[in-house]
Every structure is written in structure tokens, then in C-alpha cells.
Design a protein around this ligand. Structure first.
Ligand SMILES: [Zn+2]
Length: 489
């Protein structure tokens, strides 16, 4: 509108999936009774000494690897002083001038804009506790279980140009950290992935950024997109009306679908940063940094590009298969050396039926549903015409149910035979079903004869039902048409 463009940057906090907190031995667990996971260190009691959690450093370096950041050989913890009820020490241990890693990028899939979102960098810090405003009438409670949980903060450059892009970049970031680096549960509802967004509006192509507004309280992917869309419209309308945009922090109200002022422009707060005197520098040798790369899969972008090249997948199908590296491996195991026709059917079954079973059971791996070899056999039977997409899906569910019950598991061919899942083209059984359906629907047969040809679909449905879906639909259509003609004659 009016040649203005929206410029967006994200600031993301991600809790690392460690067993214990960043600087003490307290357990990290969501949903534990309030203030049950605390000790003198994370309560900030005098004389308590922090010790950095090596596993948190390792996970942060792995996160840096999947994001393509450069890991610094030396990084430093600093104290950021401010007062807040959920910050018992009166300061937060974080990193600033010498962070764990710099640079990096998130590559958006080509169906999602395809461009590169540069990262400013990644640093380690500790989480604060949680203020709870709705537990006690007229009072705020504080739960310090979260105080000291290891966090990484990732800040993007202002490279995003629309709310949709911001959403895609965020989902790519979550995919990389949750499924590729496996460093966090990235659960927005539980707060292990939290997002703030910076947004400004400027004449398209201008070099300088417009006045920036920060939006907080974005607790779902949908909220991020809707809040940014609302804010972009609000700022554009103000500028179009000749009114300036105020620099401020705004809160997104998901129920109202709008943002509102949380606090106005403040002077740059003085946090009186200084090096944390109780912690040594984080020093990582080049071989340690490389060693932490061990076991990381290829990037989702590489996997997607290979699937498009090797099997001619659409970008969309490739993205869905590369959602997790395990899913891509599972497809490769099922397809083996077979061709792209085979791979497309296998991919569709993985995205469709296998994913549906996993959703119903609330997660797990594809191989828990059916072995890749079993999936391959189902695809073969489909290519031979012995199974339809429907009966193949049914066979897959039956195989999974058998496995879930334990006990002996039939192999695919045995199951198809016993449950009579093969498509029936046998003329005798087809005419039996057709005769039964036509015999039982004299009124519909009369209407068909007097010209209501749409009823063919009704008869088809009835015959397919009579055959429990096993009849070959094409054979049913031919036989029905012939039988109805005969009855007409
Ligand atoms: Zn503790």
C-alpha cells in the first residue's frame, strides 16, 4: 500500500533440553509443583557459586551448527542487572559482546519465498522464573522452577518482508532445532520456544529502517502471523494519514486479534553489564566444536533439493518428507533403488496414512507404524493393482494394530490374503454384488431408467460398500452400466 514495505525481525528464545539447569544441578521439568526445583544457586542466595552446564554448551553449539553460525573459540558470560520479582538474583547471566556464536542463516524453502534470512548470532543465557497473576486474588505469585533453565537466544537480521515469511522462518527454525539439532522440545504452549517480533514500515526499497515497534506475547505460529499483519496495517494506516509511528513495545491480544501498547519508548535501559566474576570464559577448541557436529543430519534444504532432483517430487511433497530427518531416511529405506513412480506413492502414504496413525498415537517414528520393508510391499501391491489406495491404507492400519497388540504379526501378503483386501475383479462376485444392489433399489433403478444418470454414483457407492471397498471401481462401473442397460432393454 502506498509503496510502503514491512520489515520484520525475530528474537527467539529456546530452552535447551538438558536434564539440569544452566548453572546448578536442579532438574529441568515442565509442570512440576511450584518452587520444587530450586537450590541456593538458582535462588541467588549469598555465597552460592554457579558452574556452567557442559551439556547446555554442547547443545548450543549443535544449534549453532544447524543454523550455520560461526562458533567463537572464546565466549564470555556477563551479568545483566535489573530488578524483577521473578529474577531472584537481581541479575541475569547472559552473553553480550562475546557471544557463543555469530552469523548464520535460515534458508526458507523455495515454496516459502526461497530466500535467506540472515542471523545476527546465538548466545547462551539463563531463563527467569515465572510470575503467575491468576492464581491468587489481588496478588502475584512467583514460581522459580524456570529460573536458571538454559536458553539460547537467536536474533534474525531484519530480512523478513511479510507476516507469512516470518511464520515460515519461525517454523523452519523450530524444525531445525527440534528435529535436526534435537536441542529443544520447541513447544510454544509450554514456553520452550518464545518469540518477540520487531516490525517497522518504510518506503519500499529505502535504505533506513522506519520506527520500530516490538511485539511481545506471541504464543503460537498463528499469533505471530496475525499480530504482524495487524501491526503492519496499523502502522501503514498511520503513515498514510500523515501521523508518525511511535517507538514502543506492544502486546498481542489473541482473543481480540489486535496489539495494544504495553509501554512507550523508554531510554536505553542501563543494565550495567559486567563480566560474570564467578564463571570462567567458555573456551572451545576447534576439534571440540567440530566434534559436537557428530551425528547431525544433512540440512532440510539439502534433503528437499535431493528429493526434487532424484524423484521429481513437488517442493511441497519434498518439504513434508524432510520435516524430520528420520522421515526422509524412512522414505529412502522403503524406496531403495526403485523409481520415482514408486517413491511418489511411498511418500504419499507416509505423509497421509502413516502420519495420521502417528498423530492419533501422539508421536513416535514412522517405523513404529510399519517397517519400511512393509511399506515398500504395500506400494508394490498398489503398483500391481492388487490394492487400491483405500485398501492399502486399511492394510497399513491393520499391520500397525497387530504390532500395537503385540504377538505374532502377519506379513503383508498374508494379511492381504486373510483379510481379502485384494481388489476383486472376479466377475462372479462382482455380478452378485451388483445384482443385490440393483435388486434392493427398484425405485432408484426406475429413476435411472427415466433419465436420472447421476444415480450411477449412488449405485457405485452401494456396490463398493457391499464389497467392503474391495471391488475394483472401474470393473464395478462397467458391470453396473451393462446391468442397467440390460434392465432397461
Ligand atoms: Zn538450582
Amino acid at each position: 500500500m502506498n509503496g510502503l514495505e514491512t520489515v520484520i525481525g525475530l528474537e527467539v528464545h529456546v530452552q535447551l533440553r538438558t536434564v539440569s539447569k544452566m548453572f546448578c544441578g536442579c532438574a529441568v521439568r515442565f509442570g512440576a509443583p511450584p518452587n520444587s526445583l530450586v537450590c541456593p544457586v538458582c535462588l541467588g542466595l549469598p555465597g552460592a557459586l554457579p558452574v556452567a552446564n557442559e551439556e547446555a554448551v554442547r547443545l548450543a553449539v549443535r544449534a549453532a551448527h544447524v543454523l550455520g553460525c560461526t562458533v567463537n573459540a572464546t565466549s564470555e558470560f556477563v551479568r545483566k542487572q535489573y530488578f524483577y520479582p521473578d529474577l531472584p538474583k537481581g541479575y541475569q547471566i547472559t552473553q553480550r559482546a562475546d557471544p557463543l556464536a555469530r552469523g548464520g542463516a535460515i534458508d526458507l524453502p523455495s515454496t516459502r519465498g526461497g530466500h535467506r534470512v540472515r542471523l545476527h548470532g546465538l548466545h547462551l543465557e539463563e531463563d527467569a522464573g515465572k510470575s503467575i497473576h491468576d492464581r491468587f486474588e489481588g496478588a502475584t505469585a512467583v514460581d522459580l522452577n524456570r529460573a536458571g533453565v538454559p536458553l539460547i537466544e537467536i536474533v534474525t537480521e531484519p530480512d523478513l518482508r511479510s507476516p507469512e515469511e516470518a511464520r515460515f522462518a519461525l517454523s523452519r527454525l523450530k524444525q531445525l532445532l527440534e528435529h535436526y539439532a534435537k536441542v529443544s522440545h520447541c513447544n510454544m504452549e509450554e514456553g520452550s520456544l518464545r518469540v518477540d517480533a520487531n516490525v517497522s514500515v518504510r518506503p519500499a526499497g529505502a535504505g533506513n529502517l522506519g520506527t520500530r515497534v516490538e511485539i511481545k506475547n506471541l504464543n503460537s505460529f498463528g499469533s505471530v502471523q496475525r499480530a504482524l499483519a495487524f501491526e503492519g496495517r496499523r502502522m501503514t494506516q498511520r503513515l498514510a494519514a500523515g501521523r508518525p509511528v511511535e517507538a514502543e513495545t506492544r502486546l498481542y491480544d489473541a482473543a481480540q486479534g489486535r496489539t495494544r501498547t504495553l509501554r512507550g519508548k523508554e531510554e536505553e535501559r542501563d543494565y550495567r553489564y559486567f563480566p560474570e566474576p564467578d564463571l570462567p570464559l567458555v573456551e572451545l577448541s576447534a576439534s571440540e566444536v567440530e566434534g559436537f557436529r557428530r551425528g547431525l543430519p544433512a540440512s532440510p534444504r539439502e534433503i528437499e533439493e535431493r528429493l526434487v532432483r532424484q524423484f521429481g517430487f513437488s517442493e511441497d511433497r519434498a518439504c513434508q518428507i524432510a520435516a524430520t530427518p528420520e522421515r526422509a531416511e524412512y522414505l529412502d529405506a522403503a524406496v531403495g533403488a526403485r523409481d520415482s513412480r514408486f517413491a511418489v506413492i511411498a511418500a504419499n502414504m507416509i505423509i497421509g496414512e502413516v502420519a495420521a496413525v502417528l498423530n492419533r498415537r501422539g508421536g513416535g517414528s514412522e517405523a513404529d507404524v510399519v517397517e519400511s520393508a512393509e511399506l515398500a510391499r504395500l506400494v508394490e501391491l498398489r503398483l500391481q493393482g492388487a490394492l487400491s489406495s483405500r485398501t492399502a491404507a486399511l492394510a497399513l492400519r491393520l499391520l500397525f494394530e497387530q504390532a500395537a497388540r503385540g504377538g505374532r504379526r502377519l506379513d503383508v501378503d498374508e494379511l492381504v490374503r486373510r483379510r481379502q483386501l485384494s481388489q476383486v475383479e472376479d466377475a462372479g462376485r462382482l455380478s452378485e454384488w451388483v445384482d443385490r444392489v440393483l435388486g434392493g433399489s427398484p425405485e432408484e433403478v426406475r429413476r435411472y431408467r427415466s433419465g436420472d444418470r447421476k444415480l450411477l454414483g449412488y449405485f457405485m457407492g452401494e456396490v463398493m460398500r457391499a464389497s467392503s471397498g474391495r471391488a475394483d471401481p472401474e470393473a464395478v462401473r462397467r458391470r453396473l452400466e451393462r446391468a442397467l442397460e440390460e434392465r432397461e432393454g
